[in-house]
Design a protein around this ligand. Structure first.
Ligand code: FES
Length: 579
């Protein structure tokens, strides 16, 4: 049903009416405490209450502008006749939180869902952008299923070093390798450190944050064009207030995530992810988000869609440009315009129009940044799913960010038992490794990491860097930053910590990667693997108390999205009793 055909709700039909609109002792308390805050009856009576879930924190550089943006969202909510309430939530700051923000994505999702449920909220503005915040907020709001709109943080401006453009992550890895190879000095390295992140906003390559923002928009959860606007652009502030105005209308129309999210909209999001050469992380997040919406999104669907959608965004780490260039080239609307023949255009979006209507007439202003389908940056298969005896439940690789000649490779394994083992030995001059070796890292998965840290772009051993080697086949049950590149096989499932085949690999074993055939195989006989399995000893639990215990007991593997098993879509959770 389009927004125009939806019945407008009456004030007494709002959730918040049960808190504010009835006349009993508890509503006396709700009203008197609102007066205590300084609100007058005119501020809230009969108005939609909009919860602004703000993931601002002093330690999240990507959300530095969110204090101000929350005020701009509130301005829009007031203008449209709503009652805004800002609700702070855990921030999930990618650069600072250890061992990985992924350990806490589900915690933010739960926090979002339960805040929306337990407070008198009629509609939600979800303020996120730094990697995991986007899927977490959307997962929580999807499960709660009240009207919700996503306000993306927007990318930061281009980095700069001595007149050279710097891209988040990608250039950190690149110049780190040059520093270790002795090609730049410490003074240059410090200048790069100061120039790579010039202002608020999320990473400005097509990393996880940019990918997830673009996905949120393609799913129909942001205003059209919202996800490409740089955080520092004044247009971003205007988008924030427009988002505030729109959510009030969504509440009156009762336009919920369940009206927007469908198998078709997730197919669109997968196609978009392929077209932008998106972060491998988006596979895990999309599977989890879809499950919250009751949509089955198996890894095979990514593979099916990847076979007919080429990479058309010429953005790092696959290509040349950064998100600021992408914005000036027309942004996500222009890209979706070029991709229209691959999309299901009748999906509804938060502005009440279909995706097709929102991208009507959208065209790129720069055909090198946003390519036509017949002149792609890379061919089909931006993200590829692998299977084989080393990954019975799947693994992923991003061929567009890899050395093409390594996409079919057989080589001997050099195994690292965990991250510390790798860090201690990778640069050891006596390490028996060549450019043909396959670097293997284990105990880095959902349980083993824990939280599946972004360790999958294993560093090239220093002695090989000095020989000029810049890529090798690497594999793990970890994830990889969306800003990373290289021939890195990731998300191997089941993970080694719970006894997946990766736990059985030994240094010297031959491993065969064949991306064209979607295969990843350990060239060891079944009998030998069975003997190794019989001798394998499960490691002790990582946690004895606290959140980690719940995490370990309920986290699913990568192919199921690493959500908690009890949070998948199912019977609706009861609304709170109001006493
Ligand atoms: Fe926040 Fe990259 S560090 S998006």
């Amino acid at each position: 049903m389009s927004a125009g055909e939806r019945r407008r709700r009456k004030p007494e039909e709002l959730r918040s009416h049960r808190w504010f609109g009835v006349d009993d002792l508890r509503s006396f308390g709700h009203r008197s405490r609102s007066y205590q805050i300084g609100f007058a009856r005119e501020d809230f009576a009969g108005k939609p209450v909009i919860g602004i879930i703000n993931t601002w924190s002093d330690i999240n550089p990507c959300h530095t502008h969110f204090r101000q943006r929350a005020e701009e969202v509130k301005r829009g909510v007031w203008q449209a006749g709503g009652f805004p309430l800002e609700l702070p939530a855990i921030s999930l700051s990618e650069p600072f939180q250890k061992p990985s923000t992924m350990l806490y994505r589900n915690l933010l999702a739960m926090e979002t869902e339960e805040m929306l449920r337990s407070y008198p909220i009629d509609g939600a503005v979800l303020m996120g952008g730094c990697d995991k915040t986007t899927p977490a907020l959307i997962m929580g709001a999807t499960s709660m299923n009240i009207p919700a709109i996503f306000m993306p943080a927007g990318p930061m401006l281009r980095g700069n070093w001595r007149g050279n453009t710097l891209g988040s992550g990608s250039d950190a890895w690149k110049y780190w390798a040059e520093l270790r190879a002795g090609n730049i000095d410490q003074a240059a390295w410090r200048e790069i450190e100061e120039g790579i992140a010039r202002g608020p906003g999320h990473c400005m390559t097509m990393g996880t944050a940019s990918t997830m923002g673009a996905i949120a928009e393609t799913l129909g959860l942001t205003l059209p064009g919202a996800s490409s606007i740089p955080a520092a652009d004044s247009g971003h502030a205007r988008m924030a207030s427009q988002t505030g105005r729109r959510i009030v209308e969504m509440v009156w129309d009762d336009l919920k995530p369940s009206d927007i999210l469908s198998a078709a909209s997730f197919d669109n999001a997968v196609a978009l992810a392929m077209a932008v050469g998106g972060s491998t992380n988006c596979i895990i997040h999309l599977v989890a988000m879809a499950a919250r919406a009751g949509v089955d999104l198996p890894l095979s669907r990514f593979d099916e869609i990847s076979r007919h959608v080429p990479v058309i965004a010429n953005l790092r780490p696959n290509g040349k440009y950064l998100m600021e260039d992408f914005y000036f080239a027309g942004g996500i609307r222009a890209l979706l315009g070029n991709l229209a023949s691959k999309l299901k255009l009748d999906c509804l979006t938060v502005n009440g129009a279909t995706l097709g209507a929102n991208i009507e007439g959208a065209k790129p202003y720069n055909d090198d940044v946003i390519r036509p389908l017949d002149n792609p940056v890379a061919g089909f298969g931006g993200l590829v799913v692998l299977h084989g005896n080393l990954a019975p439940n799947g693994a992923v690789i991003k061929p567009s960010a890899a050395d093409q000649k390594l996409l079919r490779h057989t080589g001997p394994a050099v195994v690292f038992d965990d991250y510390n083992d790798m860090a201690a030995r990778i640069d050891d001059p006596t390490l028996d490794v060549t450019a043909d070796s396959v670097l293997v890292l284990r105990n880095s998965g959902p349980q083993g990491g824990p939280g599946m840290p972004e360790w999958g772009q294993l560093p090239i051993p220093k002695k090989l860097l000095q020989q000029g080697v810049r890529d090798m086949v690497r594999m793990s049950d970890a994830r990889m930053s969306g800003t990373s590149y290289g021939t890195c096989v990731l998300h191997i499932s089941p993970e080694s910590y719970i006894g997946g085949p990766l736990a059985l690999v030994r240094t010297g074993d031959m491993i065969e990667l064949n991306v064209a055939e979607r295969r990843l195989d350990l060239k060891v006989s079944d009998a030998e693997l069975a003997a190794r399995r019989a001798a394998w000893v499960a490691p002790p639990p990582r946690y004895q108390r606290g959140y980690g215990v719940m995490f370990a007991q309920h986290i699913t593997q990568a192919e199921r999205g690493c959500d908690f098993d009890f949070l998948h879509a199912g019977a609706p959770t009861p609304e709170p009793e109001i006493h």
